[in-house]
Design a protein around this ligand. Structure first.
Ligand code: BES
Ligand code: MN
Ligand code: ZN
Length: 496
């Protein structure tokens, strides 16, 4: 897909489809209004007749509007004019681009950047349009026997905006890179557990290192992990016949003295629960338990594309969690790389067992910040639903930086408290800590567990259990939080 800026009048552009906004209460966007005038009030009439009310997400496709060069005009409802928010704007972009994808239009002129959205400048609106185009373009076909060819794939997207602005052009570049990262994360997430194994993830990381400059991949195998003393990670891995991998991607875009930002992603390629077996219902969705890993790898692709002036390290502990004769049993005590011992009271709380060793490993980089990303707790979906990721951290400054990036990228987070009172729930009679903290505040006690391994780090934890994938008819990985992580990193290099 090719994106460019264009500041022509919407009636003059020779494309398959022009996209313009229509508000509730008979209000037209400037471009809709321009098209209305040139077509002698055609759009106003449609609105009066009730063909389109302007409700958010409504669409109406017009053909050969008189005096308009484009073959089609797509009217898209934008809701009430003074109620437009950034998340509404995203929905409008997604709806219209999805519509275009299923229509016969291969070239479009999008006039949505003119809409006034509080807190959103032109740069951010352009980014949203381009990210939406990539998002709606993605289809999962890898494991379908027949690839259904798209008859009229969208090829050229003109965005109505100032063509001279450097910031506008940067927006397209950033969004192209983020779109690539998001769709890579989705593809990895959607692939089934029998294909997307730890070995497969490692290969993907090596591929990125081969494809881009300044990126190095290192894969640590079982024996090396044993030498490092990663007894917690390995205790999960030993219930599976798939070889565990610790995948490391190092991006060097700045001087060596610049401390790197580290991203750690949970890479459980299938989570059956282990001996504490999960119920069967929707267990297939536990192939998505590597979405943290996928988002971290996807973000590295975005970073590799953009080549910003900073250093970034991605660390992905990856294995399966299965029941087996060698698997962890409830009551087993394992020793983590940090030396702390853990009583495994529930083998289904495996994410924290692999993350804790990866977090300890990250200390060797003396990082500027560490963010781990994990589909860690079902409790997070109960607490926050499917809109924000849970955010817990030992640094107020890092929380502010992540919240700022979340707001810019519209990839939302919500902070939960990491108070020491919760930590008491992890007490064990037989080890330094238990791996579960009882029914109360499951997302927080999981983070408290990780906090015991990040005392030396400026660290934040993102619980993406609710946001990493959609269930039901639209079942599939979302690629979140690649936009957030990418934004967080890009912000670091602007501020030094
Ligand atoms: N991968 C799951 C968390 C999960 C479950 C995410 C469902 C999304 C949907 C994680 O490994 C897990 O099983 N967590 C347990 C923790 C519990 C045993 C303390 C959970 O959430 O039930
Ligand atoms: Mn589990
Ligand atoms: Zn899990």
């Amino acid at each position: 897909m090719d994106f460019s800026l264009d500041n022509q009048s919407p009636d003059k552009v020779s494309v398959d489809c022009v996209i313009v906004g229509v508000f509730e209460n008979n209000e037209l966007s400037p471009s809709a209004s321009a098209l209305d005038k040139i077509s002698q009030g055609f759009i106003t009439n449609l609105v009066k007749q009730g063909d389109i009310e302007g409700k958010s997400g409504q669409t109406l496709l017009l053909h050969q509007l008189s005096e308009v060069v484009a073959k089609r005009v797509l009217l898209v409802g934008c809701g009430k004019k003074d109620k437009l928010t950034a998340s509404q704007f995203r929905k409008i972009c997604n709806t219209s681009l999805k519509f275009v994808n299923s229509s016969a239009s291969q070239s479009v002129f999008i006039c949505l950047t003119e809409l006034e959205v509080p807190g959103m400048g032109t740069h951010r609106k352009i980014r949203q349009v381009v990210e939406s185009a990539h998002y709606t373009d993605y289809r999962f076909e890898e494991t379908k026997s027949e690839k259904t060819p798209v008859k009229h794939p969208l090829e050229t997207v003109f965005i109505s905006a100032d063509t001279e602005s450097v910031s506008n052009r940067e927006a397209i570049k950033e969004a192209n890179a983020i779109g690539l990262g998001v769709n890579l994360a989705r593809e990895l997430g959607n692939l089934p557990g029998n294909i997307c194994t730890p070995t497969y993830l490692a290969k993907q990381a090596v591929q990125i290192a081969d494809d881009y400059k300044n990126i190095k991949a290192t894969i640590l195998e079982q024996t090396e992990l044993e030498k490092l003393g990663m007894g917690s990670f390995l205790s999960v891995a030993k219930g599976s016949r798939e070889a565990p991998k610790l995948i490391i991607l190092e991006y060097s875009g700045a001087d060596k003295n610049n401390k790197p930002h580290v991203l750690v992603g949970k890479g459980i390629t299938f989570d059956s629960g282990g001996i504490s077996l999960k119920p069967g219902q929707a267990m297939d969705e536990m192939k998505f338990d590597m979405c943290g890993a996928a988002s971290v790898i996807g973000t590295m692709k975005t970073i590799a594309e953009l080549q910003p002036d900073l250093n970034v390290v991605a660390i992905v502990p990856s294995c399966e969690n299965l029941p087996d004769g060698l698997a962890n049993k409830p009551g087993d005590v394992v020793t983590s790389m940090s030396g702390q011992t853990i009583e495994v009271l529930n083998t289904d709380a495996e994410g924290r067992l692999i993350l804790c060793d990866a977090l300890t490993y990250s200390e060797k980089y003396e990082p500027a910040s560490v963010i781990d990303v994990a589909t860690l707790t079902g409790a997070c979906v109960i607490a926050l639903g499917k809109h924000p990721a849970g955010l817990l951290s030992n640094s107020d400054e890092l929380v502010e930086d992540i919240k700022a990036a979340a707001s810019t990228s519209q990839d939302r987070v919500w902070q939960l408290p990491l108070w020491e009172e919760y930590d008491e729930q992890l007490k064990s009679n037989f080890a330094d800590m238990a791996n579960i903290g009882g029914r109360d505040a499951g997302t927080i006690t999981a983070a408290c567990f990780l906090a015991r391994f990040t005392k030396k780090l400026k660290w934040a934890h993102l619980d993406i259990a609710g946001v990493a994938w959609e269930s039901g008819a639209t079942k599939g990985a979302t690629g979140r939080p690649v936009p957030l992580l990418s934004q967080y990193l890009l912000d670091r290099c602007n501020k030094g």
